[in-house]
Design a protein around this ligand. Sequence first.
Ligand code: C5P
Length: 313
Amino acid sequence: MISKSKIILQIIVIASVALSIFLYYQLSIRGFLDDWCSCKCEMDSEANLWQSERYNRSTHVFMNSKNGVLDFETFDWWTSLQGASTVANFTDLVEDLFSHFPDKDHYSDSSSSRCRSCAVVGNSGNLIGSHYGALIDSNDFIIRMNQGPTAGFERDVGSITTHRLIYPESAVDMDNNTHLVMVPFKILDLQWLISIFTTKHIDQTYMYVKPSLKADKNKVLILHPAFIKYIYESWLQRQGRYPSTGFISVVFALHICDEVNVFGFGATRDNAWHHYFDNFAINFNGGPHPGEYERNIITELHQKKIIMMYKGW
Ligand code: C5P
């Protein structure tokens, strides 16, 4: 016969072991066991130098009516990305844009006391089984991109989306709490943005695109073409043709957030490259983006403790 006190002792031992395992798991996924610090930590001087060679605080992140007219070099580079569609007058288009969408200097509130945490959620299959959902949702901003859904994947990817970066060919409906962040790769993308909320007449770019979209017009933000050029030149050293939405999202977060946590980038443990929401294998070194170079920069950002990258399962 086992005495009652022995049973209680065994329960206490088992519960302590379970609690220790749970705490270890929680602390390691949050990075604390790597001596991680959060929000505006002092980088060492080498990381500081590396960052300062790439990061330009004064670049325009968003377009507005005051900064929307592009210099010749930017206009030329930008309109070479996906072919130039004709527009009678780009200045008129900019004016038209900001008669529909908020015309502000967004997120220019950076200060030494601000501590805005952001989760950047890429679409990698390494999120499956990660249980990152609650951790992702605990950030102030949750930045997703393209088609990455939350419904049905909440445990691993979370359920909140404050910002979603899209372009016409990758657009999905979004709820009223989400900022549609337009990543324009061509003039037609800006015309499409107006059209989805007004005439709904544009349904074709280099492929079929949604002629209308569910999204809050008053929350629309438009990335500045010069911001995409800056990422290409300063962060990617002109590798590939232009940056991917994923890489743009990471640099975007570096500009508007004080702590950047990155999820859903890279291969799965068994080296598969697919989305968490479908099984199609993707070639992440092909296409117009310098996939490997982008991955190396993201890894360096993590190693230098400028971002925190959660590698998934
Ligand atoms: O495929 P999609 O462009 O929608 O994915 C968004 C971003 O997520 C990519 O630009 C890439 O940076 C990242 N991604 C990744 N590994 C995957 C899938 C996506 O790093 N297997």
